[in-house]
Design a protein around this ligand. Structure first.
Ligand code: 3PY
Ligand code: MG
Length: 255
């Protein structure tokens, strides 16, 4: 199979570090995939990138030997299936705040009998090189469904969300979590309350034998989260990396 396995990479023991792309240009994901990232996430929730551009990004990332992932917009579960059809190896669903949200997400991510994903993996067949029957048998284990835990409600239901068949793990959104945990009083993704919540969520995911991922705003923050033992950590964003690079170059030029 030519498409690298994201589940295998997440089980490898060392955390996978992912690029995070939201600019509406697929080649950016292709460029970042050629750096030493282990995976690339295309962000369709807060990024400006649309479905057609995301579908173009997937084979560019795969051509660099890396798994392509995407974050869908809130509640847009049908998009998750379509991205799997195009060959995405993992989908992150934001704001999974109820067990019903988790069930609906898992349902579109997995073929029967686990879920009700509909048949049509045209891009995935091309990228994996599998025959249709082989893909049907293997498909549910080729990709990961990560439910975002980023509200007080989700945190309180984390065991139930993790227990939903077809949910492969959780992905923590520290910024929204900080807003929720402070009852809307602050945005502070590294507050003491968020730190406690992160440790709790990671522990529950590990106890359930499922994956735990998280967003890090910088390489320095990612290194702290690596030490906690996450399976997947995304670093900054394409826009943030551009700005950091530009600011560093201008600072060096101006002395
Ligand atoms: C959050 O921190 O809320 C996220 O969704 C990360 O992008
Ligand atoms: Mg969020």
């Amino acid at each position: 199979m030519s498409l690298p396995s994201l589940p295998d990479r997440l089980r490898a023991g060392t955390p996978a570090l992912a690029a995070w792309c939201g600019l509406p240009e697929p080649s950016i994901a292709g460029v970042l995939a050629r750096e030493a990232f282990d995976a690339v996430v295309v962000d369709m929730q807060h990024g400006a990138i649309d479905f057609a551009a995301t579908v173009k990004a997937i084979p560019l990332v795969a051509a660099a030997g890396k798994p392509a992932m995407a974050r869908i917009a809130v509640g847009e579960f049908a998009t998750a299936s379509r991205l799997l059809d195009a060959g995405a190896s993992g989908i992150i669903a934001p704001m999974i705040n109820t067990v019903e949200d988790a069930r609906r997400f898992a349902g579109v991510m997995k073929f029967p009998p686990v879920g009700e994903r509909s048949w049509g993996p045209h891009g995935a067949l091309s990228l994996t090189g599998l025959q249709p029957g082989e893909y049907f048998k293997a498909g549910n284990d080729l990709s990961v469904a990560l439910a975002m835990i980023e509200t007080r409600e989700a945190l309180g239901l984390i065991d139930e969300i993790l227990a939903v068949p077809g949910i492969d793990g959780v992905f923590i959104g520290p910024s929204d979590l900080s807003i929720g945990l402070s009852q809307g009083q602050e945005l502070n993704p590294t507050s003491a309350a968020v730190e406690t919540a992160i440790d709790h969520a990671l522990g529950r995911a590990r106890a359930a034998g499922k994956f735990a991922g998280i967003y890090a705003a910088s390489g320095e923050r990612a290194s702290e989260l690596v030490r906690k033992g996450f399976h997947l950590i995304s670093i900054a964003s394409d826009t943030a990396l551009l700005r950091m690079g530009a600011q560093g170059a201008l600072k060096a030029a101006r002395g």
